[in-house]
Design a protein around this ligand. Structure first.
Ligand SMILES: CC(C)(COP(=O)(O)OP(=O)(O)OC[C@H]1O[C@@H](n2cnc3c(N)ncnc32)[C@H](O)[C@@H]1OP(=O)(O)O)[C@@H](O)C(=O)NCCC(=O)NCCS
Length: 182
């Protein structure tokens, strides 16, 4: 199996991210941000990287700005850009604000899917959560998202409940806890 690595988002590797956006890939799952990000990236690459990962606030889908949580964001690489994964948290507590559905979010570009990359990426980010003091992390996915559910289960995820999606009526989310050590 091809091994992947997690790399810090950086200007030198931004063309791979740009290419993915240009193919219509959206790094966010609940909202298609592909076109909007591509425009911002092309307008000012360095500013784009800063706004995406380091700005003090983030804009919610409803337009409201909220403080950015501490986070460790990465790009997934097999030599080429494959996707993203991020861990965000509130120090000292497992609690998350209602605007964050889970500690970890990820997405793999379609042409790199079904190679075990998301499963590997989640495995690689768990020690980072552990180093921040977390013995387990919460990860949620749509009930219909079989691929994501398998990624979570392959990393030891334990189902903790089902709940209705906050904004999309009829959609059900699953909540899992994933231990950060075997
Ligand atoms: C979910 C996602 C990240 C999985 O990425 P991936 O790198 O293809 O995942 P893996 O290759 O590690 O596959 C994990 C398992 O899911 C299965 N799988 C992958 N894509 C699948 C699909 N479209 N339908 C059904 N099963 C799928 C794989 O076969 C594998 O199963 P196995 O363990 O039985 O072999 C990717 O499909 C994606 O980016 N989807 C859109 C964004 C998203 O849903 N993010 C997660 C939000 S919670």
């Amino acid at each position: 199996m091809t091994m992947i690595s997690l790399t810090r988002p950086n200007l030198a590797d931004l063309p791979g991210y740009e290419h993915a956006l240009a193919q219509g890939w959206s790094p966010n799952t609940d909202q298609d941000v592909s076109r909007e990000q591509l425009e911002q990236l092309r307008r000012n690459p360095a500013q784009f990287l800063h706004d995406l990962y380091s700005s003090p606030t983030i804009r919610l889908p409803n337009g409201r700005d909220v403080p950015r949580l501490p986070a460790h964001d990465f790009w997934i690489s097999d030599g080429e850009f494959c996707g993203r994964i991020g861990f965000r948290f509130q120090p000292g507590t497992e609690e998350l604000p209602p605007t964050s559905l889970g500690h970890i979010g990820y997405a793999v570009v379609p042409w790199k899917q079904r190679r075990g990359y998301a499963t590997q990426a989640l495995r690689l980010i768990l020690p980072i959560a552990r180093a921040e003091g977390f013995s387990r992390v919460m990860v949620t996915c749509d009930e219909t998202n079989e691929a994501s559910r398998k990624v979570i289960l392959a990393n030891g995820g334990i189902l903790d409940g089902r709940f209705p999606h906050a904004s999309l009526t009829g959609k059900i989310k699953l909540r899992f806890w994933v231990p950060t050590a075997e």
